[in-house]
Structure formats: structure tokens, C-alpha cells
Design a binder for this molecule. Structure first.
Ligand SMILES: [Zn+2]
Ligand SMILES: [Zn+2]
Length: 95
């Protein structure tokens, strides 16, 4: 959008007021609202990313504290070790 009229220039309508406080006022407010909306969206995205990173950190921490045992794999769901067979597959348990 080519905006040749400066906000502080006299309004083209000839009222003698600055464009920003005359015919440009509505446009300026719309622009400001649009910018505020973008800022809100960006803030929302930033919060979402921060939350994801925070959750990811918790997952990493959970994995760090997972017990390890040779020939077994820890099941977070069952809260116990699952035995692995010779092929490295989990041996089915009764739970
Ligand atoms: Zn005007
Ligand atoms: Zn199990």
C-alpha cells in the first residue's frame, strides 16, 4: 500500500488538522489494532513453544532417570522391566 500522506501532515480534506487526528485516525487505529493482534499471536506462539520446550525437558528428564538393566527395557506404562529376547524384541508379559 502506497501511503504518500504522512500522519503528521495536514489532512488532504482541508480541515487543517493533522491527517492522523482527522481522516487518517480510523486508519491509524485499524493499523494499531492489526499490529496488536499480530503481537498477541506472536506472544501466543512464543508461549506455546515455551510450553512445548518445557514439556520436552520433562520428558528428557523422565528418560534420563529411566532405570537400565542388561537384556531388559524399562516400561514407563507398566513401571517395571520388560525382558528382551535374543532378537531384542520385548517378551510379552501378562499386564
Ligand atoms: Zn480529514
Ligand atoms: Zn509390563
Amino acid at each position: 500500500m502506497a501511503d504518500t500522506t504522512s500522519w503528521n501532515d495536514p489532512c488532504p480534506c482541508g480541515s487543517g488538522d493533522a491527517y492522523k487526528s482527522c481522516c487518517g485516525r480510523e486508519l491509524l487505529r485499524e493499523k494499531r489494532q492489526k499490529r496488536n493482534r499480530i503481537v498477541m499471536i506472536l506472544a501466543g506462539v512464543a508461549v506455546a513453544i515455551g510450553l512445548l520446550l518445557y514439556m520436552q525437558r520433562d520428558i528428557d528428564k523422565a528418560q534420563d532417570t529411566t532405570p537400565t538393566k542388561e537384556g531388559y527395557v524399562w516400561s514407563i506404562d507398566h513401571n517395571h522391566f520388560h525382558k528382551l529376547d535374543a532378537q531384542g524384541n520385548i517378551v510379552r508379559d501378562d499386564e
